[in-house]
Design a protein around this ligand. Structure first.
Ligand code: PMP
Length: 390
């Protein structure tokens, strides 16, 4: 028999485990840790949403649904997308309900990529994009966002990464890990490039509900872009529903038809009780979302002013629940900073390097935790920095 490792797929073997995991593992064995590491809301899913799932179980709804999801839910998603983001999608042909945004991203890549095809991935970004491109047989091509411009994308740099093999550009706004939101003009510049080179844009809009200063613009709402956008979204962040594993994708019907094939063979459908919960979230969840949004905004303001005061400079991010301060004045790498901060002061943050090359020199702090915990974390970070300079 060969060694067991010899049976593994080369592609999988070459994937590195997520850098975020290492810090979770380190922190989970310690007591008294304040975690600014997690990428999920600290709120429990709104009660009426939980109640809708309970009711669905009481009524005996325990079967599969249509592969694309309950038609009722797709109709609700279409109404929501039109109402909130001014994009019109057909519920019966342009929307698929997925197992989280994660699965939507996975099936998007698997539906459009052949071996050798390239996807431009703008970094720093969510850790899943590049591995999922590779698993789909494609090649991720990394372009670094502009550290000096709040981690926005330089259209010139984007353009220079395009080759004859480029099929799509992957973007995320508001962004994980930087919180940066792209405005209409910035999206338009990316759209012009996509049109000029005839590319698709995969737009991860999972944080679209959590924006604090400006009105959100969806890539699909930019003139001419609905036809070339695969819009990824879901319930995890805005509606505090990470554990339900519910997301969705909106795209031109030829693309959703292809994605549906991958989805039906791989997954069948998203869990029915989660779908009923999602229906309630979209119908009646906006007041609770507004409360959460207000709370995140307060915490963002606190974190941005406190970190800048400590000399860890950061811009005020337009959305999501992350701040991405520079730690360059400490002379430590982001990995050293995160590890030492955890060991010495029991505060868990994520080193920026796990999100891509340009993330080095920064750390990701999630503010999806109580203001008291944030205040304590800032106290500890201050003490940690004082020790560095003494
Ligand atoms: N996209 C981004 C940018 C994320 O931050 C996350 C979650 N961390 C996801 C997608 C995945 O979300 P879901 O829980 O819907 O799979």
């Amino acid at each position: 028999m060969k060694t067991t490792n010899a049976y593994l797929s080369k592609t999988v073997n070459e994937l590195k485990p997520s850098g975020i995991r290492r810090f979770f593992d380190l922190a989970s064995g310690m007591e008294g840790v304040i975690s600014l590491g997690v990428g999920e809301p600290d709120f429990v899913t709104p009660w009426t949403v939980r109640e809708a799932a309970i009711l669905s179980l009481e009524q005996g709804y325990t079967s599969y649904t249509a592969n694309a999801g309950l038609l009722e839910l797709r109709q609700e998603i279409a109404a929501y997308m039109a109402r909130e983001f001014q994009v019109a999608y057909q519920p019966d042909s342009e929307i698929i309900v997925t197992v989280g945004a994660s699965q939507a991203i996975d099936i998007a890549f698997r539906s459009i990529l052949d071996p050798g095809d390239e996807v431009i991935v703008v970094e720093p970004c969510f850790v899943s994009y590049s591995p999922l491109v590779s698993l789909a047989g494609g090649t991720p091509v990394h372009v670094q966002a502009e550290t000096e411009q709040e981690f926005k994308i330089s259209p010139k740099k984007l353009e220079s990464a395009i080759t004859s093999k480029t099929k799509a550009i992957m973007i995320c706004s508001p962004n994980n890990p930087t919180g940066t939101m792209l405005n209409k003009e910035e999206l338009q510049k990316i759209a012009e490039i996509a049109e000029r080179y005839d590319l698709l844009v995969i737009s991860d809009e999972i944080y679209a509900e959590l924006v604090y200063d400006e009105v959100y613009t969806s890539m699909a709402a930019i003139n001419g872009m609905k036809e070339r956008t695969i819009l990824i979204s879901g319930f995890s962040k805005g509606f505090a529903m990470t554990g339900w594993r519910l997301g969705f994708v909106c795209a031109p019907k030829e693309i959703t038809a292809a994605m549906l094939k991958v989805h039906q063979y791989g997954i069948m459908c998203a869990p029915i009780m989660a779908q009923y919960a999602g229906l309630e979230a979209m119908r009646n969840g906006q007041d609770e979302v507004e409360e959460m949004r207000k709370s995140y905004r307060r915490r963002r303001n606190y974190m941005v002013s406190s970190l800048n005061e400590l000399g860890l400079s950061c811009h005020s991010p337009g959305g999501a629940f992350y701040v991405f301060p520079s730690i360059q004045t400490t002379g430590l790498t982001s990995d050293q900073f995160a590890e030492q901060l955890l060991m010495e002061e029991k505060v868990a943050v994520v080193p920026g390097s796990v999100f891509g090359e340009s993330g080095e020199g920064y750390i990701r702090c999630s503010y999806a935790t109580s203001i008291e915990q944030l205040q304590e974390a800032i106290k500890r970070i201050r003490r940690f920095l004082e020790k560095q300079t003494s």
